[in-house]
Design a binder for this molecule. Structure first.
Ligand SMILES: C[S@@+](CC[C@H](N)C(=O)[O-])C[C@H]1O[C@@H](n2cnc3c(N)ncnc32)[C@H](O)[C@@H]1O
Length: 258
């Protein structure tokens, strides 16, 4: 088969380090027969060892040439699409299972939109294992009052238990990216607070819109606009507020949202 020229616009950095590939696959720990979906299989660096253990794998690939190559593989179901347009609830229905596992070495240019897209389908997802830019994972798992604590930390930590389990240097890829990478495990919390996700998203976005300023300048005005008269302390900075406080506030606001 002809050599594939990596396409920059699709964030194509292919894994080439067999030790790292083994470590990722061990971290995922696939079991024969499990329903799994891989985002961005590329040249099958992860796909092949995964499918050897699973027996069957569904993959989502945007690049037409790569999707075409993968169709020749007898153990794969290939969805040729932008993952941001994929309805994962439908994918689970098509596979005849209540939940799927999702994995992938994601295209870094759209990793945050992918994480938010999957948040919409968290009820049909058992767990997620993603290779991402290390700096993004640092933000995902950051604790309050650390420099990395951000909108992404709050929006993901209220819904997932997350763990950075592997550091991956640029030399593990061909072509190498300019940044360090890491692999994160995300497991949806079994008993999440029943917050309105859209409301939570808007609230957290307003809170972090000016992270150096006290919240009274940003969230304070927004809460006032909603007629909020509760106890939430807006004399703090967004980065000082624990996830649980944001969740409590979103729950208090819920009736106003309806
Ligand atoms: C970083 S590469 C990883 C490739 C392979 N899994 C590996 O580890 O070597 C990202 C892959 O995602 C694909 N991709 C990029 N944008 C995508 C999108 N919006 N939807 C689905 N796949 C996409 C790329 O074509 C590429 O195959």
């Amino acid at each position: 088969m002809s050599k594939h020229i990596p396409r920059k616009r699709f964030g194509q950095h292919f894994l080439s380090d067999s030790h790292i590939i083994d470590a990722i696959v061990s971290g995922i720990a696939p079991v024969a027969g499990e329903p799994m979906v891989e985002i961005g299989p590329g040249l099958a660096a992860l796909t092949q060892p995964l499918v050897e253990r699973l027996g069957h794998l569904t993959v989502v690939e945007l690049d037409r040439d790569l999707a075409q190559r993968l169709r020749g593989h007898g153990q794969l179901t290939v969805i040729e699409s932008d993952v941001l347009r994929v309805d994962f609830a439908q994918v689970a229905r098509d596979m005849n299972v209540p939940k799927v596992r999702v994995v992938g070495n994601l295209p870094y240019n759209i990793s945050t939109p992918i994480l938010f897209h999957l948040l919409d389908y968290v009820d049909v997802i058992q767990d997620q294992h993603f290779m991402l830019q290390k700096e993004v994972i640092d933000r995902m798992v950051a604790a309050p009052s650390s420099g990395d604590y951000s909108r992404l930390s709050v929006m993901l930590q209220w819904r997932y238990a997350m763990e950075n389990f592997l550091f991956v240097p640029p030399a593990s890829f061909d072509p190498p990216p300019r940044v360090d990478s890491a692999v994160v495990r995300m497991v949806p919390l079994a008993d999440p607070a029943p917050v309105d996700v859209k409301l939570m998203e808007e609230m957290v976005q307003v809170a972090f819109s000016q992270r150096r300023k006290k919240l009274r300048h940003t969230l304070g005005a927004w809460l006032e606009g909603r007629g909020y008269g509760g106890e939430f302390d807006v004399q703090r900075r967004a980065e000082e507020v624990p996830v649980a406080d944001y969740v409590r506030l979103a729950l208090e606001l819920k009736p106003a949202a309806g």
